[in-house]
Design a protein around this ligand. Structure first.
Ligand code: HEC
Length: 102
């Protein structure tokens, strides 16, 4: 009885672990190409300026959430995220996470 519960608990933990790994799974190299469109405003180095927030060093999971939240919003950013697939977003987030922030 105890063993069965333990196995179920272990499986649950493994599923959670796999999920979180997947959430951070983006291809930073592909993301760098996609990010060329973002550089116009957010800068080649992702550091932004007084008008545009910095993206460099953003935690990938937080970045993914922000981009998804811009979809359908009335922010200027909505236009730049609407054509991005979930994979694009993960790749872009992975790329900016590799840059060092201010
Ligand atoms: C035309 C200029 C422009 C382009 C191009 C652009 N952005 Fe933005 N971005 C903005 C502005 C302005 C804001 C702040 C407005 C807001 O938060 O509603 C912003 C905010 C953000 C934020 C929120 C940052 C924070 O800390 O709140 C993220 C993340 C972001 N942009 C990512 C991107 C990515 C990724 C791309 C490329 C796919 C991109 N942006 C392209 C203008 C731009």
């Amino acid at each position: 009885m105890f063993t069965k519960k333990l196995i179920i608990a272990m499986m649950f933990i493994l599923m959670l672990a796999a999920g979180s790994v997947q959430a951070g799974h983006g291809d930073a190299t592909r993301g760098a190409e996609l990010a060329a469109d973002c550089a116009d405003c957010h800068g080649d180095d992702g550091l932004g300026d007084e008008d545009y927030p910095a993206l460099a060093g953003l935690d990938a999971a937080a970045h993914i959430e922000m981009l998804n939240n811009f979809k359908g919003s009335d922010s200027e950013m909505a236009d730049y995220v609407e054509d991005l697939s979930e994979q694009d977003i993960h790749d872009i987030a992975a790329y900016y996470a590799t840059l060092s922030g201010k």
